[in-house]
Design a protein around this ligand. Structure first.
Ligand SMILES: Cc1ncc(COP(=O)(O)O)c(C=O)c1O
Length: 403
């Protein structure tokens, strides 16, 4: 079922979901089958050739995953979507679809550590090079384009410093040079931002985060033009074996139903947390696009329907202070992930972004005192009380030696 006039909250629940014709079941069935039988040899051949709709082998797709892919494609307003085994499978798969030996990528400067690692360690082994550029500066981006640049890869807001990039302006610039644009929309979800409508060619997601939203699945999505998605399905995901499985697809279908409710609450709690931290003497800087002091606040208001659930901040006193602070938290848990019902906190320099050499990460503002805070769905007052007591526990708070 699909109705283009539906508002987002309705579309999230009803798109691609019709009661089972046989049983009337409202919830989609899980189909774990790997093998699919055909009435005759010609039908099997036509299915493999893509001339006939259907599933032929579980590594290339599955009916439960197909339902989810239809939903995700509709929510992102894309022609098609591909469900894969992780956010990194989505990122590497989308990049590999457009890149060959000898090609070059321009990538935003502060990007998820795994994406940085892929572009600086695995991709170069296959002759692909990358430059990391401040994508808030369009001139710098244009200067970084080389004759062999094939992809502009961005993440907005970025992980962990929440830099907001102008998707429409960057897409126009890249397209003028025949370059494709891939956007990691993990922090926003289609509920808050739809990059394809702003001109991007492909959207990638770590569905491990807000899309599933319950911290019990690792998955990813790629959304874009039908021909690109079919190429990725057959030649990248299928050949590398990066497929999602039906059980995880079912959990995502279930988690997705509350996306709107959850994202609204994450945004509201994060806003309260950001305002609290912004006035705290132990904090030297708060990164949150919803604060008027954020350098891209106006762009964020234009481009995003909400400011998201992640707040990053700099604790005065560097690594020792940051460690004391996170060790003192009682409600928030020290964890690598984000977008879960539980508030999760992490230290990018030693955790998610540890693969970036210190001198490089400092250029991206990933300092030793930086904390990334994934605001959960608990009561905002409890989250703030936890922050308050943990900040008070930092030794020698406010003395000159810690500035
Ligand atoms: C912005 C962003 N993109 C991609 C990923 C990778 O996702 P996954 O862990 O599902 O591979 C992450 C993981 O934290 C992320 O934060």
């Amino acid at each position: 079922m699909k109705n283009n006039k539906w508002k987002m909250d309705t579309a999230i629940i009803h798109t691609a979901q019709t009661p089972c014709q046989k049983t009337g079941a409202v919830v989609s069935a899980v189909v774990p089958a790997v093998a699919y039988a055909f009435p005759d040899a010609d039908s099997a051949a036509a299915c493999v050739a893509g001339e006939r709709a259907g599933t032929y082998y579980g590594r290339y797709g599955n009916p439960t995953i197909a339902t989810l892919e239809e939903k995700i494609a509709a929510l992102e307003n894309g022609e098609a979507a591909l469900g894969v085994s992780s956010g990194m499978a989505a990122i590497s798969g989308a990049l590999l679809a457009f890149l060959q030996h000898g090609d070059h990528v321009v990538c935003t400067r502060d990007v998820y550590g795994g994406s940085y690692k892929f572009l600086t360690s695995l991709a170069p082994r296959y002759g692909i090079s990358a430059d990391f550029v401040d994508c808030t500066n369009l001139q710098a981006v244009e200067q970084a384009f080389l004759p062999n640049t094939k992809v502009l890869y961005i993440e907005t807001p970025s992980n962990p410093c929440l830099t907001v990039l102008d998707i429409a302006a960057l897409s126009k610039l890249a397209h003028g040079h025949g370059i494709r644009v891939i956007v990691d929309n993990t922090f926003m979800t289609p509920y808050l931002q739809r990059p394809l409508e702003l001109g991007a060619d492909v959207v990638v997601h770590s569905a491990t985060k807000y899309i599933n939203g319950h911290g019990d699945v690792i998955a990813g999505f790629i959304v874009g033009k039908n021909e690109h998605i079919q190429f990725m399905r057959k030649n990248i995901m299928g050949d590398l074996g990066q497929n999602l499985n039906a059980w995880d697809a079912f959990l995502i279908l279930r988690g997705l139903k509350t996306l709107g409710l959850r994202v609204r609450q994450h945004c509201q709690n994060a806003e309260e947390v950001a305002r609290f931290l912004d006035n705290h003497p132990a904090i030297s800087h708060v990164y949150y696009p919803g604060l008027a002091s954020h350098p891209q606040h106006e762009l964020a208001k234009r481009q995003m329907r909400g400011m998201g659930g992640i707040v990053s901040f700099e604790v005065k006193g560097g690594y020792e202070a940051a460690k004391s602070f996170i060790n003192a938290l009682r409600l928030a848990m020290i964890s690598f992930s984000l977008g879960d019902p539980e508030t999760l906190v992490q230290h990018p320099a030693s955790m998610t972004h540890a693969s970036i050499p210190a001198e490089e990460r400092l250029k991206f503002n990933i300092t030793d005192g930086l904390i990334r805070f994934s605001t959960g769905l608990e009561d905002a007052q409890d989250i703030i009380a936890d922050l308050e007591q943990a900040l008070a526990a930092i030794p020698m708070m406010g003395t000159a030696s810690r500035e």
